[in-house]
Ligand binder design. Structure first.
Ligand code: DX5
Ligand code: ZN
Length: 224
């Protein structure tokens, strides 16, 4: 039996014209988290949505809002994202020179603090903050778009972070985002991941309850 994991579907691959229905369908399928990709056209080449849309969704959904900020200097907007209803706020280590201050601010606002690392960013960028974090997000593609392929060396990075967590006796979650599919699910969980983000490999295969079952079955299979 693989340890339990959380699947956090990335709304980026959902039907933006039917967001309330999509959120309701996730809840009905038994999901508890939804991953919200916020992009500013600066930190990443793409633009998505911001606090007003999250606030509108908050009115229709009780899902845990796992908010991934791919924006420059996220410290400028943390209070707005919290007020909009984000439960967890994840900032990129590469997007601010004052990462500790941003993490402390997220906690002060009452949200769960998390830090994301791009594929090429070393774990040392977040090492001293680990005791303050609820989650570390290991990006397994270069952020900006859904539907990209998993970068293989990132598997070793997940293993290294999991080993560090064990050595330090810490309990932060490890989230993996980018190119996650049922095919690599078992390997990611074996490497130490607790939260898997899936966009195209989830929303592209309705109905969602059955797709969640496919991920659960994959979790119990032997790592490829
Ligand atoms: C990429 C985003 C991801 C993306 C994942 O920049 O952070 O959350 O939506 O999409 P897939 O699962 O299709 O790689
Ligand atoms: Zn994401």
């Amino acid at each position: 039996m693989t340890p339990p994991f959380i699947l956090s579907p990335s709304l980026l691959s959902s039907d933006f014209a039917r967001l309330a229905d999509e959120l309701a369908a996730l809840e009905a399928a038994g999901l508890s988290w939804v991953h919200l990709d916020v992009m500013d056209g600066q930190f990443v080449p793409n633009i998505t949505f911001g606090p007003p849309l999250i606030a509108a969704m908050r009115k229709t959904s009780r899902l845990y809002f796992d908010t991934h900020l791919m924006i420059e200097r996220p410290e400028r907007y943390l209070a707005e994202f919290r007020a909009a209803g984000s439960d967890l706020i994840c900032v990129h280590a590469e997007a601010t020179v004052h990462l500790e201050r941003a993490v402390a601010e997220i906690a002060r606002l009452g949200a769960a603090p998390a830090v994301a690392l791009n594929p090429a960013t070393p774990l040392s960028a977040v090492e001293w903050l680990l005791p303050q974090l609820d989650m570390v997000l290991i990006m397994t593609v270069n952020p900006g778009f859904g539907g990209q392929s998993f970068i293989p060396f990132c598997l070793d990075k997940i293993r290294a972070l999991s080993a560090l967590r064990r050595e330090r006796g810490l309990a932060f979650r490890i989230q993996v985002d980018g190119g996650v599919t049922p095919d690599n699910t078992a390997a990611l969980l074996a490497a130490g991941a607790d939260v898997l983000v899936s966009g195209s490999a989830f929303f592209g295969h309705p109905p969602y309850k059955e797709r969640l079952d496919v991920f659960h079955a994959a979790a119990d299979s032997k790592p490829a």
